[in-house]
Design a protein around this ligand. Structure first.
Ligand SMILES: Cc1cc2nc3c(=O)[nH]c(=O)nc-3n(C[C@H](O)[C@H](O)[C@H](O)COP(=O)(O)OP(=O)(O)OC[C@H]3O[C@@H](n4cnc5c(N)ncnc54)[C@H](O)[C@@H]3O)c2cc1C
Length: 257
């Protein structure tokens, strides 16, 4: 017998916004860190997405049918669609040559790495470098909507200069009492060691365990975990959370490469 999915799941599936493909002009470029930029676009009329989703980017004249995926870093409430991108290889080097007014082809939204807006349990976000993008969309939207869920953000970068959205994350932490942010740096210069208020070192099992246990409220419903960053960090994250008693269904991750 073929079982139909439970009604709630059907409902959630139905609610996913439909993907479309469109050509658009680049509105603005925002320099975030030495090798990360936000590329800003207008959204097509009526187009929306769920925090955590991504779009595919094409430059048909240059790369034909080849494309790359980029998580949307802006909130669905924003009039803009922001893609926050790290300079790396073929596509991103091309993007770095483009100016405002250049033509981009986008297709989306896609993805199941999304905030379940109907739930009320707490949320743990674990990110590294540009892996903050889908998590930032979740944080921005939840803050704007005054969502009554506690958030822990554990965010790793190389140096203070590499922290994407650093000022805005600090502002969100000040404005939103539900948000706790823990930064860690993997290449902190010696001269900054005394003044750096955060942690140092890569996100490892011990760090995740310690931060989650410190932040968790006794007796609270299990938090949903969203991780985005290198595969090794995501594997560690899943192993630690399972060892802490988390069910797999509450652990979500997005692998960029
Ligand atoms: C769902 C999804 C969402 C994504 N969202 C973002 C985003 O928001 N911002 C963003 O900058 N990127 C994001 N990426 C990665 C993006 O799709 C590209 O892979 C990236 O921009 C590199 O493309 P490129 O053409 O410049 O490099 P390529 O020429 O394709 O790079 C060559 C190789 O390097 C690997 N690679 C690419 N980037 C890195 C890196 N930083 N570190 C280590 N290895 C790497 C790739 O797997 C590839 O094998 C996302 C990927 C996925 C699957």
């Amino acid at each position: 017998m073929v079982m139909s999915p439970e009604p709630k799941m059907q409902e959630r599936k139905r609610k996913r916004p439909r993907a479309i493909k469109w050509e658009t002009e680049l509105l603005e470029i925002i320099e975030e860190t030495p090798d990360v930029k936000t590329f800003r676009f207008e959204k097509p009329e009526g187009w929306t997405f769920i925090p955590g989703q991504f779009v595919m980017v094409f430059f048909p004249e240059v790369f034909g049918k080849a494309n790359r995926a980029y998580s949307i870093s802006s909130s669905p409430n924003s009039p803009y669609l922001d893609l926050t991108i790290k300079l790396y290889g073929v596509f991103t080097h091309h993007m770095w040559t483009l100016k405002e007014g250049s033509s981009w082809t986008l297709r989306g939204p896609y993805g199941h790495f999304v905030l379940d807006m109907e739930r009320t349990n707490d949320i743990i976000l674990i990110g590294a470098g540009v892996g903050i993008t889908p998590l930032m969309s979740m944080l921005r939207w939840s803050t704007e909507e005054k969502i009554d869920r506690r958030f822990l953000l554990l965010y790793s970068n190389k140096t203070p200069r590499d922290i994407v959205f650093h000022e805005e994350i600090q502002m969100i932490e000040r404005m939103n009492p539900n948000v706790t942010v823990v930064h860690t740096l993997t290449r902190l210069e010696d001269k900054l060691k005394d003044s750096w208020p955060g942690l140092t070192g890569r996100i490892n099992a011990e760090m995740i365990r310690e931060q989650v246990e410190r932040w968790q409220k006794p007796g609270s419903e299990i938090a949903t975990v969203y991780g985005c960053g290198p595969a090794s960090m995501l594997t560690t994250m899943e192993e630690v959370m399972i060892s802490l008693g988390w069910p797999k269904e509450e652990i979500h991750y997005e692998k960029f490469w």
